[in-house]
Design a protein around this ligand. Sequence first.
Ligand code: TYD
Length: 214
Amino acid sequence: MNGLFITFEGGEGAGKTSVLEALTKQLIEKGYDVLATREPGGIKIAEKIRHLILDPAHTEMDGRTEALLYAAARRQHLVEKVIPALEQGRIVLCDRFVDSSLAYQGHARGLGIEEVMKINEFAIENCMPDVTLFFDIEPEYGLKRISANALREQNRLDLEKIDFHQRVYEAYQKLIRQFPDRIHVIDAKKSIADVQASALHEIEPYLIEINRNG
Ligand code: TYD
């Protein structure tokens, strides 16, 4: 595959979704062929699974069920959307990927990072990102940002207590130590403009190999 697979990771309110949108526009203006997508979702079947997982009414959902559903949504999204784009040499910007499962289900839910990695290996068959941007903000700040944004819908995971989000943050710190070459840390407490500039700076070295249009 000759495209470039970039994933965006972080806790709630890290601003990664806004930066992903801005960066997509910026890369398209520079002449790159970009596909912006998100997990869980991005295609019909995975959006249905997303709805099932995130519905605040589904309080009885078991942790392993949750992990399997995320992995199933990931599989379908990968084969239907991400892999074909990478085969066409496109840049894929994906809001969340396997690290989210390792952090949220593996560590925060207590299923074990290794265990959750196993089911994800089955789902993704070695298709790991070329680069991952981690938007670094402590959960207390991130959650404040979310509650300040009245338009944002609260999902089942947003409603978890602060210590769940602390564990998510801890897990990402572990993953950064485990995959120092792949995961690049971005200070997400700065303004959106600064965060966007740092994100572009981090991916620039990877863009050299990618063809632009025209
Ligand atoms: P979303 O509204 O997209 O949140 P965000 O804007 O923070 O990305 O909801 C996705 C939620 O699903 C979010 O709380 C993180 C969680 N999640 C997992 O727990 N495991 C996963 O594998 C993925 C992809 C997401």
